[in-house]
Design a protein around this ligand. Sequence first.
Ligand code: NAD
Ligand code: UDP
Length: 320
Amino acid sequence: MRKIALVTGGAGFIGSHLCERLLNEGKYVICVDNLFSGRKENIQHLFRYPNFDFILHDVINPISLKVDEIYHFACPASPPHYQYDPIFTMKTSVIGSLNVLELARFNNAKIMLASTSEVYGDPLEHPQKETYRGNVNPIGPRACYDEGKRAAETLFFDYYRKYKLRIKVIRIFNTYGPRMRHDDGRVVSNFIVQALNNEDITVYGDGTQTRSFCYIDDLIEGIIKMMNSDDSFLGPVNLGNPDEFRVIDLANKIIKMTNSKSKIVFKDLPEDDPKKRRPDITLAKEKLNWEPKTTLDVGLKETIKYFREFLGNYKKLGFL
Ligand code: NAD
Ligand code: UDP
């Protein structure tokens, strides 16, 4: 019997890569998504697999399915998307997590939460270890996402303590790659799209804030290793690339790699924008024997190739 894997948020950037990987491992994959920030194009190529299903559904509402394992990725992830309707974001994190936890309990299924480095907020400890409890503003514009994910982590651990549910919690750091939305608002997609269109590159603040960028293939490998790890390892575990870059340096790198005529312009730094972020991945190395292998140069090359093709097609179809 094939194992049935449910991927919530499966039509999104990370979710679509995850569905593909699980299908290639021979699982029956059910993708549940409300298409808030995901796209049918991300999963179109998966319909050729007889063991793939898509259900248009909002996880804020309960769902009844037969499943063996659940990857709970449904949630808007880019700041413009999660701040567009903050109450919906909070509901997705909290009520959505409750619904999938109940589904896992009903099926006695293993369940993973896609949490985030945002649980560390604007961190006072650097790099961030899983033991760091964070510096989050509970009433700021990022709180719907940060506090929502923190509450989701709480729910996962309470279901473990109360019902012995098999849980896995990963904290994902900035991840990029093909199938990010061109209008998603995150730094890598914004800069590449602006550079390819020879438009101004919008650096927020003075660009000295740092992030660590993980290529999608590396993240997917970490997700799979975590799900297959011993039931006694619950996490939370950081999954991200520890190489740290200043945003301004990323902008210059992308201009160079695309041979762009774009100029850098400086815009206001968004409220509560973390000044630095870098994962300590010691735990992932020890417990999962995982570390990223893709350098930023290699990952950006693939992502630029994807966006060049995507923008070309969109322009031909008259969407841009
Ligand atoms: P994404 O926006 O591309 O994917 C999220 C998917 O969830 C979309 O397809 C969206 O339509 C769907 N969704 C949102 N709310 C939903 C709801 N209420 N019901 C059903 N579907 C819903 O973003 P992503 O980058 O692929 O992120 C996937 C997950 O990984 C998110 O949970 C996010 O918090 C987490 N994460 C991502 C990153 C990153 O750098 N990409 C970093 C940390 C955490
Ligand atoms: N950023 C930027 N220009 C953009 C988009 C983002 O300078 O067009 C900055 C943003 O202020 C932040 C960093 O890049 O400091 C990463 O932003 P992103 O939205 O990708 O992720 P997050 O802030 O959630 O890490």
